[in-house]
Ligand binder design. Sequence first.
Ligand SMILES: Cc1ncc(COP(=O)(O)O)c(C=O)c1O
Length: 384
Amino acid sequence: MSLFALDDSTCQQLAESHPTPLFAYDKKTASAGFHALRAVLPQRVRVAYAMKANPFPPLLDTFAALNASFDCASGGELRHAANLDLPPGRMFYAGPGKRDEELALALALGARIQAESWEDLARIDRLTTQPVAVNLRVHPASGADEGNRIIGGTGPSAFGVDEEEAPTVLTRARGFAKVQIRGLHVFAASNQRSAETLLQTHAMVVNLARELRAFSAFEWDQIDLGGGLGVPYSPEETPLDVAALGRGLEALLAANPWFQGELVLEPGRFLAASCGLYLVRVLRVKESRGTRFVILEGGINHLLRPLLTGQAFPVKAVGKVGTTRPATLAGPLCTSLDRLGEVMLPELEPGDLLAFGMTGAYGFSEAMTNFLSHAAPEEIWVAV
Ligand SMILES: Cc1ncc(COP(=O)(O)O)c(C=O)c1O
C-alpha cells in the first residue's frame, strides 16, 4: 500500500489549480480501502465508518454508496449522517457526554445509541416514546490495548460504564419501561496494526459479552468492537493484515455459537487515512545553529496530530530528487509548538511543494484552524 494517494504530477496540478495549503482526498483510494476490508470480513460483521476521522461530505457519500454504516459522536455528526438518507440500522451514536437534544435527535433518526452511563439510560428512557434497543458501552478492566493515549488503557476513564459496575447497571436497567439493553460496546484499541493483538482484544470483548448478557433482560443482537484498526505512517511500518483479521473474526463467531447477532467494527483511521494528502508550499528555509528549519504555509493549525501523538505524517518533496538531509518542519505560527516533524528531505527553496500522506484521517478534522487566524485550507475531492 502507498503512503501517498496521488502521484507527483497530480499533486503539482492540484497545487497549481487551487490555493495552497490544500487537503486533497482521492475517491479511488477510499473506495479500494473499503472494498479491501469488506471483502475479507464475515457477513455477520457490520462496518460502521467512524465519521470523526473525516466527515468530508463526498467521502461520506462514497462510503454510504458502498453500504457502510456510520458511527457518530455528536449532534453535528448525526446531522451529517441524516443527510445520507440511510436505511434503518446504519447509524450509531456514542460519546461520554451527550446533550438531551442530541439524544432526542439520535432517537428521532433511529440511531443505535451506545449508552455510556446510568444517566444516559435514564435519559433515553425518559426521552423515547416507544421501546428502544441500545448498547451498553463498558470500559474494560483488563486486556485492552494498554499504554494507548487515545483510548486511555484500562485505568480510570470518562468512557462507558466501568466493567465492575456493569452487572449492577444491567440488573437495574431491567426496570426501565422502554430502554432495552441489547448489546455491548467496547472500544479498547487504537491505531493497532497487529491483527493478533486486535483479535485478542476482540476475544476479550466477546467473552465479556457472554458474561454480562446474563444480567440483561434481553437477548443481545450486537457486540460492537469499536475502531482501532491501524495504518502505517512510515515505510518501515507494516500494514494491518486484514485477511488475518477477517479469518480471526470468523473463528471468533464460530467459537461463540451462543451469540447469533452481528459484530460491529467502527474503523475511522483505516478507512480514511490513506485517501488524503495535505499539500503545502515552503515559505522559507532557515539554518539555525546546525538545524535546518523548513518553514511552511501551514502547521499545527491544519495538522495537529503530530503534536498530539509525537508521530509525523509521511512527507515527500513533490517532483524533487537528490540527497536528503535532516529537516525540522515548522509551521507559520508564532509558537515553538508548531512543528510537523523531523524528517529527511532534499534541498528545498521557497515555493517548493510538500505532500503529507495518510492525512485523510485525523488531519483537517482534528486541526486547530482558528489559532492565529490563517485562512482555512480548501478540501477537494479527486474523483477521476
Ligand atoms: C466510539 C469510537 N468508535 C470508533 C472510533 C474510531 O477509531 P479509529 O479511527 O482508531 O478506528 C473512535 C475514535 O476515537 C471512537 O471513539
